[in-house]
Ligand binder design. Structure first.
Ligand code: PLP
Length: 446
């Protein structure tokens, strides 16, 4: 049998690829559009074979059915009759294009014996969040990024760290770990109902011993967007550092770390960026490299080493915090996520995400048995909506909803919240929101 390079695909192997993805074929009706999009996908061989990236080419109405249906078609999960997925905040399902990039790069590596090459992702991350590529650490999830700072920042016994009372374990456990090891003190600031109150609560928690504030950009519990820029301004006036746990915003709304002014920003590719699972990146402001000791190190972290002098010093870039063999396919998949998001346009994505969440929020407000936990303040919310049912525990409703309506949402048991969290994204529809509201009305007897 004639060998074919996976890098030079043909019609047959493309069909095999879609089959591999679980029968989620691009329908005949979408082929003309898909073909058009091929021409707009960057990069040599990919031109002929890549699944499409929807290209907006300007502002798109969040209710433009033609455009958003085409976007939806790119997601195999929307073809799975056993699930209506509204849990993007836990895991963002990838569209065909991103999966194709990941699978074909992995094939290429295994066919051509390629080693390395993933470093190209640093420049792409830098472009996406507006920093210098020197300031990018390639990680595998949000938690890894937070740990690089939590374990490495030079702190002494009695120094204080501020977190909020709505943390994911990923931004709490690393700091409590540090507290156990070095007797650093973790202080907890309660979230307010809006941006002003939250800022004020953080300010009240600051003492002369506060060294760093480590808070979510958007909480995983009630979807509250924190006033990150104002927190940074407040902290910097008092010479306090700021770490942002940015698990959710990239891919949901524009994140510009220079504009935020934060010192560290940790995120992942596997939520709103819709990228490969187990990808992430951390921004470390260049002037702070010397204040964060690399803890886990190896090939790439160093500026040289030998058996006589030992380690000569650190890599002059943030590459000092990552090391060893990395997956080319995963990071190419991450780059594909940026291409996908940029093709649709981040502002179009934000508006669509917000429109879906607004519809849900409006519907929830009309159901008396529902207590909404997401702040109503416009600037403090986006694609994550959280509520509590007065007549039913969260876990009971969650299982009933999946069993009867096949709708997957997330229960929030953390901190005794007993609430439910809906995270929709660009592949969801207004009709799906209607169905969820119908289910909630049924469960609450309204
Ligand atoms: C706000 C927040 N921070 C951190 C994490 C942890 O992310 P990861 O699993 O990528 O480490 C999550 C995950 O859901 C999250 O929502």
């Amino acid at each position: 049998m004639k060998e074919t390079s996976p890098g030079v695909d043909n019609e047959n192997s493309r069909r095999r690829f879609f089959k591999l993805l679980g029968g989620g074929f691009i329908t005949a009706a979408s082929w003309p559009l898909a073909r058009q999009a091929y021409g707009q996908v960057a990069g040599g061989q990919e031109k002929e074979q890549a699944p499409p990236i929807p290209k907006a080419g300007g502002a798109i109405d969040p209710a433009d059915n033609k455009f958003w249906s085409f976007v939806r078609e790119q997601f195999p999960i929307t073809k799975n009759k056993n699930i209506i997925y509204m849990n993007n905040g836990t895991m963002g399902p990838s569209p065909y294009y991103i999966q194709w990039m990941f699978f074909s790069k992995e094939q290429e590596v295994n066919f051509n014996g390629i080693y390395g090459g993933h470093d190209i992702a640093r420049a792409k991350v830098a472009e996406f969040i507006n920093c210098d590529e020197k300031e990018v650490v390639l990680t595998h999830n949000v938690t890894e990024g937070i740990n690089i700072i939590a374990q490495g920042l030079k702190l002494k016994r009695g120094d204080e760290v501020i977190i909020t009372n709505h943390e994911h374990a990923g931004n709490a456990i690393p700091w409590y770990t540090r507290a156990r090891r070095d007797r650093v003190v973790v202080k907890v600031a309660p979230l307010g109902r809006d941006a002003v109150e939250t800022l004020s609560n953080i300010e009240k928690t600051i003492t002369k011993k506060t060294r760093i504030i480590s808070v979510p950009h958007m909480t995983c519990t009630n979807g509250q967007i924190l006033p990150a820029k104002e927190i940074v301004e407040l902290a910097h006036r008092k010479r306090i550092l700021v770490m942002i746990d940015g698990a959710h915003p990239p891919g949901m709304f524009k994140v510009d770390v220079r504009d935020l002014g934060c010192d560290f920003y940790a995120t992942c590719g596997h939520k709103f960026l819709l990228g490969p699972k187990g990808t992430g990146f951390l921004y470390v402001k260049e002037e702070l490299f010397d204040r964060v000791e690399p803890i886990m190190t190896g090939g790439g972290s160093d500026s040289g080493w030998d058996y006589q002098r030992g380690l000569h010093g650190w890599n002059s870039t943030a590459h000092r915090y990552d090391y060893g063999t990395q997956s080319l396919a995963l990071y190419y998949g991450l780059i594909a996520s940026f291409d996908f998001v940029n093709g649709i346009g981040i502002d179009n994505i934000t508006k669509r995400d917000k429109a879906l969440a607004n519809k849900l929020l409006q519907g929830l407000q009309d159901i008396p048995q529902v207590e909404i936990l997401t702040p109503l303040e416009e600037k403090s919310r986006c694609a994550l909506t959280s509520f509590r049912l007065k007549n039913m525990p969260y876990d009971k409703f969650q299982s009933w909803l999946m069993e009867k309506y096949k709708i997957r949402i997330r229960g929030v048991g953390e901190g005794g919240l007993n609430s439910l969290r809906v995270t929709t994204h660009i592949y969801n529809t207004f009709e799906e929101i209607d169905l969820l509201l119908k289910a909630i009305r049924e469960a609450t007897g309204q």
